[in-house]
Ligand binder design. Structure first.
Ligand code: NZQ
Length: 387
């Protein structure tokens, strides 16, 4: 196990009716609030009215930034930054899924910064200061509600990039699983794949002597697998939605990577695909991950054997290690297919035209991943396997 630091300042307010605590948690940060939300799901569900009532209850003045896109755009972030500066906003409240939360984080970092907020995404500058923000989560997937990351797309340049800082952790996040009852089937599927993929990035590691971290990861995977299917059968199953929500948060809140060298190559590759084709992050991951697994598993067969046996109950008797490892990978693919996630880029209408560009961009700062260091040709091969 490697040495590590663990830092997570986000307060979680989890459970039925927790939106009723919103006002008291916003209050300490000031009265001028930027309310950031997406394309209208919060209006349809009635959550918008509840949020406004809470903010009115503390005498807040509310400015709005609606229309944040899935795969949030830099132009929208710029709009939010300008609004905050013009209205002298004290606090940003994101109400929605990962895209809304990420846009709010980028706005929070961009307001006090004199240059372009995109600088944080291309490692030209480091976040030194940020407005405080809080979230009300409506979709279980990215873990953005309890981490310091934000992913933004420059649509003009077809680039999708992330920024990270301890300064953009939400001060609090409200997680009422009932708010996810209205999440459509395809988004629920994407969320399930997303959570599992975060775990994979932190579980398939060359670091040894980390049994607790491995079992944390395996238990999140098993909980997602079981509850994912239950939530897909009945979207209003509170227990299933609650368990999925907690898994999404814990998959990416810093618990899993303690003392472990993580990978993240698959995410880097997926970001290149969704930057060009604007597909859902979870859909891209469902296609790429099983192929990445097949490409790299020989680097450490024992971890893939453990995964197959512990997570998918593959019976190792009478099989070689390679056979067990591959059975685990096949079980992953079969689960994704069973819940309705795509298996090939072709299914999403994506051909091979841009493979070179995507591979090149993925390794722009050098080889990606740690489980196996991937160069441009490796990335291209994995993408070819996805076609
Ligand atoms: O925009 P609205 O109308 O709210 O609709 C959204 C959107 O169309 C809808 N939705 C959300 N909650 C709903 C709902 N519909 C009905 N009922 C509800 N309760 O779902 C659609 C997708 O929302 P989005 O926020 O885009 O999904 P997700 O949470 O999966 O976020 C994806 C974004 O997060 C980034 C991804 O790259 C992508 O841009 N990521 C962020 C990370 C982070 N901050 O740590 C890490 C991830 O790897 C990821 O890259």
């Amino acid at each position: 196990m490697n040495s590590f630091q663990l830092y997570n300042p986000t307060r979680l307010l989890f459970g039925k009716g927790t939106v009723s605590q919103l006002g008291e948690h916003v209050k300490p940060y000031g009265k001028r609030i930027l309310l950031v939300y997406g394309g209208g799901s919060i209006k349809r569900s009635g959550l918008y009215d509840e949020v406004i009532a809470q903010l009115n209850g503390i005498g807040a003045e509310v400015f709005e930034l609606p229309g944040v896109e899935p795969n949030p755009r830099l132009a929208t972030v710029h709009k939010g930054i300008e609004r905050c500066r013009r209205e002298k906003v004290d606090f940003i409240l994101a109400v929605g899924g990962g895209s809304v939360i990420d846009a709010a984080k980028a706005i929070a970092a961009g307001v006090p910064y004199e240059g372009d907020v995109w600088d944080f995404c291309v490692r030209k500058a480091v976040i030194q200061e940020a407005l405080p923000l809080g979230t009300v989560l409506t979709l279980a997937a990215t873990g953005s509600e309890m981490n310091g990351n934000a992913v933004i797309s420059d649509w003009e340049k077809k680039l999708k990039r992330g920024m990270g800082s301890k300064l953009i952790y939400p001060k609090f996040s409200i997680l009422d699983p009932q708010l996810t009852f209205t999440v459509p089937r395809d988004q629920t599927v994407n969320g399930i794949v997303d959570m599992m993929s975060y775990v994979f990035e932190q579980y398939f590691s060359l670091t040894t002597d980390t049994p607790l971290q491995e079992r944390f990861a395996e238990s999140i995977l098993q909980t997602v697998i079981e509850n994912g299917e239950l939530a897909l059968k009945d979207g209003t199953n509170y227990a299933a939605r609650a368990n999925l929500m907690l898994c999404g948060t814990y998959a990416l809140n810093g618990t899993l990577p303690i003392g472990v060298e993580t990978d993240w190559a698959t995410h880097a590759i997926e970001h290149e695909v969704s930057a060009i084709y604007d597909i859902a992050h979870g859909a891209g991951l469902a296609i790429i991950f099983p192929n990445w697994m097949k490409y790299v598993y020989k680097e450490r067969v024992d971890r893939f054997v453990q995964y197959a046996v512990r997570v998918w109950n593959v019976d190792p008797r009478g099989k070689s290690d390679d056979e067990v490892a591959l059975a685990g990978i096949e079980a992953t693919r079969a689960y994704f297919t069973r819940i309705g996630a795509p298996a090939t880029l072709g299914q999403l209408g994506i051909g091979g035209e841009m493979l070179d560009r995507m591979a090149e961009e993925a390794v722009r700062f050098g080889p990606i991943g740690n489980f196996k260091k991937l160069e441009k040709d490796d990335v291209r091969t994995i993408l070819e396997m996805c076609l």
